[in-house]
Design a binder for this molecule. Structure first.
Ligand code: C2G
Length: 446
């Protein structure tokens, strides 16, 4: 029996893919098709894939040519697969000519004619709605956001809103977009909204944007009270709109894989998490302004608590805080979140410096993510027996905002209203912890 293997993303499956699969099948008796996982595509720079891996696998199965479908998840897997499945022929489209000659050492490599005039890229562009982003706020993060949209297909920033028209114009000039100081004129011209305004204005802007039927990506801290977070997630659901918390770490490839590995038991049962994030700030700055809800908690809890909640869940038992305040603002806060079978802590500083790493301890081993863990591109799994230790490397491109932008657009295009990378209930739970601190519940000043 001649066994053939081929690989691809097979996004928006088209005639070119079907021809390729048919030709590959004709080369032998048994065809294995490797479909790239979403994270592998992200890893190799394909950020614009429209269908998720399950949809793509289903589409390949529906062609009837594949005898077996497998998932391709890492560089080098082709060599492993060829040996594992005892493959005779590796087939791939002629657009890859020469690129897979190194596989000749393991089996025969055949480049099949590529179908001209059709591609996933073309289909994406044809069906592509370009989503016109309006940005609310023109601060540091908004400045970093615009260049990141340029690497995500379908995203285009067209305008900025700031009640201070001079600031809006300055930002608009830098990025070649329109400036507005009036919400109604701004909202009319955009399809989707990115809220990157001062913390205390998030609720009002998100609500107004949802009421104007726009999908919203909202910066952290998402909301400052559980009731607000629940209300706005409810409003988005009622109106069939996407509302996503821009918790950038939650959407980046390495963090996603870290969560999956831990959930699959690689370090046993998780017993303790320690997450730290400290970034010193220099006055005058809004981070040190109590009137603008400044402080280490509002600045840094969204990402650190997110990591804890993603791994230990939303059903904590109790939460308490130790905090050092200056002029009404916490420059350092340590929080402890206890669960029935685990504990966790986070240390956050804007006026106190500490090591910003993430350590997840389990009954079989622990995960160490070095500082700055929130820009995760590398982590280690460590065991008592050091020979079993494993290091994992990923790409974390640019400012890392491209992953949340891609997720946001993918939710809109595929009509997903909930995102497994950050569930609505998780977003609400993060907000609740920030609210407890702000309300002074179980807070001890040091
Ligand atoms: N293809 C084709 N004709 C087209 C478009 C694609 O024959 N008009 C072929 C490609 O050459 C490839 C397969 O269809 O063999 C899947 O293409 P993609 O979905 O674009 O996947 P690709 O990025 O080429 O995956 O490990 C992944 C593989 O290395 C390549």
């Amino acid at each position: 029996m001649t066994k053939v293997i081929t690989y691809g993303t097979y996004d928006l499956l088209h005639q070119g893919h079907i021809n390729l699969l048919r030709r590959a099948k004709e080369l032998g008796d048994y065809l294995i098709v490797g479909v790239t996982s979403d994270s592998f595509d992200c890893e190799r720079g394909k950020l614009n894939v429209r269908n998720n891996v399950l949809e793509r696998v289903e589409a390949v199965k529906a062609t009837g040519y594949a005898d077996e479908v497998i998932i391709e998840d890492y560089i080098g897997q082709k060599i492993d697969d060829i040996q594992k499945y005892d493959i005779d022929i590796f087939a791939i489209g002629s657009d890859w000519i020469g690129k897979f000659d190194y596989l000749n050492e393991y089996c025969k490599v055949v480049y099949l004619p590529r179908t001209e005039g059709i591609s996933s890229t073309m289909l994406r562009e044809e069906n592509q709605n370009t989503y016109h982003f309006g940005i609310i706020g023109s601060g540091r993060i908004a400045n970093r956001f615009v260049p990141e949209t340029k690497v995500v297909n379908g995203a285009k920033v067209v305008s900025v809103l700031n009640p201070n028209i001079y600031e809006a114009r300055l930002f608009a000039k830098t990025h070649g977009i329109e400036a507005y100081s009036d919400f109604d004129s701004f909202i009319e011209k955009v399809d989707v909204v990115y809220v990157a305004s001062p913390h205390l204005t998030h609720y009002e802007y998100v609500k107004k944007a949802l009421l104007a039927n726009k999908h919203v990506l909202c910066e952290i801290p998402f909301m400052l009270s559980k009731a607000e977070a629940l209300e706005l997630h409810g409003l988005a659901e009622e109106r069939n709109l996407v509302l996503l918390e821009a918790s950038k770490t939650a959407y980046c490839p390495a963090f996603g894989h870290l969560v999956t590995l831990i959930k699959s038991g690689i370090i046993g049962e998780v017993v303790d998490i320690k997450a730290s994030l400290s970034k010193m700030v220099v006055p005058p700055t809004r981070e040190l302004d109590a009137k603008q809800a400044g402080g280490a908690m509002t600045e840094h809890a969204p990402l650190t608590v997110m990591a804890i909640i993603k791994l230990l869940g939303v059903d904590w038992k109790d939460v308490n805080f130790h905090t050092k305040k200056e002029s009404g603002v916490d420059v350092y806060t340590k929080g402890i979140i206890n669960y029935p079978h685990a504990t966790s802590s986070f240390t956050l500083g804007i006026g106190v410096k500490t090591e910003g790493n993430l350590v997840i301890s389990g009954t079989k081993g622990y995960v160490y993510v070095p500082a700055p863990w929130w820009l995760t591109d590398y982590f280690e799994i460590r065991y008592e027996d050091q020979t079993k230790n494993k290091k994992f490397f990923y790409s974390y491109d640019g400012e890392g905002l491209r992953y949340e932008i891609q997720e946001f657009l993918s939710m809109i295009v595929n009509e997903r209203r909930s995102c497994y990378k950050l569930r609505r209930r998780e977003s609400v739970a993060i907000t609740e912890i920030i609210e407890k601190y702000r309300n002074g519940e179980n807070v001890i000043e040091i």
